[in-house]
Design a protein around this ligand. Structure first.
Ligand code: ADP
Ligand code: ASP
Ligand code: MG
Length: 436
């Protein structure tokens, strides 16, 4: 039996938490390879070490003194060492990082040091080997994962050791430089190791007792989901339920390895199991609700649009020209809308509208800003009549204006566009409609 166990930032934020993690690992002999995040928040207003490292980088880049910020980072690690009573010269590693401080220091290298130091500490505390991710995770020149090399080196290095701690979040480029995944990427590291070592289970330990039907920061005490499919989880995590990085799902799904979300602060709870198949016995029509704010919708109307060959192609080629990916593109006979994440739009909106007017010649263009998207996800939705009318009814009762509706052809989700200001209210009203 082989379990890969990934522990998130809050699970490793201070000595007290690391002691809990060690207990969990020692409880089960199958927990042989452990992936760690950088120390997260100890309390609500606390800082994540990774955020401080990014902040430190910004100071270095603009020649602003960074000493105070790096001191906070040093203090956190030193207090962990002290609390765990470890005989590890952490100062040596901190000094090594400081010695590379200059205006052009790599942002990825600096950001990755949070997990690097934390893995050194946990390895020492457990008496496990430390395996650096730069020696087992590899990217291609274009930034994609070098799957072949990653598989080979994960097998080669980890099969040589019976027990190891591995820092999450980064790997190396063909030039040997550190490169990170996107934020929350330690989940991906754990998924890759699980896949290539053919683990029996990928455990993802965090600060909640599993995946909930809605974000617990928005809905009070939402119901826990016992079983969920990879596909449902991917929809929900992509749409904002960031319990697990959405890119962490593909590798384990490929190898058909179950993911188990567990709570470090409540290890007796069995958490959520994610597999390919929906288990019988859970009769609720929807599995979960998630959402994200800050989208812009561009709506076009043109009489006889449906007869105009290549209209949508023209529209999409404009987005391509500006290197913008779109989220959804719901359409009617003479209308089409494109939904774009504001993150990709920065400063380009006016130029795009201008181009669309010239090249597509629509009768009308409307731009709706500050749009939130909500995804209602459920494998059973396709077989349960009336789900959408219940959703729209619930929103209507609250007086929430629906700006867009899109149902994917897989019928595993319904996407609704509303105004940002209605976001929390909308999630709550849909949640309570299905949990009366
Ligand atoms: P970690 O640091 O362990 O990786 P994250 O902060 O990445 O943890 O993910 C766990 C957090 O995700 C929870 O504390 C919770 O606030 C948030 N979250 C958002 N949506 C959900 C959901 N549907 N179910 C459970 N947690 C959720
Ligand atoms: N520490 C990194 C972050 O905060 C990666 C992770 O936690 O998974 O994004
Ligand atoms: Mg996370």
């Amino acid at each position: 039996m082989l379990k890969i166990s990934k522990f998130g930032g809050t699970s490793l934020s201070e000595g007290k938490q690391i002691k809990k993690v060690a207990q969990i690992i020692k409880m089960d002999n199958a927990r042989k390879y452990v992936v760690v995040s950088a120390p997260g928040k100890r309390w609500n207003e606390d800082n994540k070490i990774t955020d401080l490292l990014y902040l430190c980088h910004a100071h270095l880049k603009y020649n602003v003194p960074s000493g105070e910020i790096f001191n906070m980072i040093e203090e956190r690690y030193k207090s962990i060492i002290e609390e765990l009573n470890l005989d590890l010269n952490i100062q040596r590693y901190l000094d090594e990082i400081k010695s590379s401080f200059n205006k052009n220091i790599s942002i990825d290298y600096l950001a990755s040091r949070g997990e690097y130091l934390n893995a050194l500490i946990l390895a020492e505390y457990l008496g496990y080997d430390f395996i650096d991710s730069k020696d087992i995770i590899f990217f291609n020149m274009n930034g994609t994962l070098d799957e072949e090399k990653t598989e080979r080196l994960i097998k080669e290095k980890l099969n040589k050791t019976d027990r190891a701690v591995i820092p999450g979040f980064y790997g190396s480029t063909p030039l040997g430089e550190v490169k990170t995944f996107t934020r929350g990427g330690s989940d991906i590291t754990g998924a890759l190791i699980s896949r290539y070592l053919k683990a029996d289970i990928y455990e993802n330990w965090t600060d909640v007792s599993g995946f909930m039907m809605a974000d617990p920061r928005i809905v009070k005490n939402p119901k826990k989901i016992r079983n969920i499919t990879y596909q449902e989880l991917r929809e929900l995590s992509y749409m904002g339920a960031k319990v697990l990085h959405d890119e962490a799902i593909y590798p384990v799904r490929k190898a058909n390895i179950p993911i188990n979300i567990r709570n470090t602060n409540n290890p007796d709870d069995i958490g959520t199991i994610i597999t390919n198949e929906k288990k019988n016995g859970e009769n609720i029509a929807i599995t979960g609700i998630a959402g994200r704010k800050e989208f812009t919708v561009i709506g076009l109307q043109k009489f006889y649009m449906n007869n105009e060959v290549g209209f949508v192609k023209k529209l999409l080629s404009i987005l391509e020209m500006y290197d913008i990916t779109f989220e959804h593109i719901p359409s009617g006979i003479d209308t089409v809308s494109i939904v774009i994440d504001d993150e990709f739009l920065n400063g380009k909106l006016e130029k795009i509208i201008d181009k669309i007017e010239k090249s597509c010649e629509p009768d009308r263009i409307d731009v709706f800003k500050n749009i939130a998207l909500i995804a209602v996800v459920g494998q059973r939705m396709a077989y349960t009549p009336g789900v959408s009318s219940r959703i729209f009814g619930a929103l209507g009762k609250e007086g929430i204006n629906i700006r867009m509706i899109d149902q994917g052809s897989s019928e595993i989700n319904i996407i609704i566009g509303i105004e940002d200001k209605d976001f929390e209210k909308a999630i709550n009203s849909i949640y309570y409609e299905f949990n009366k």
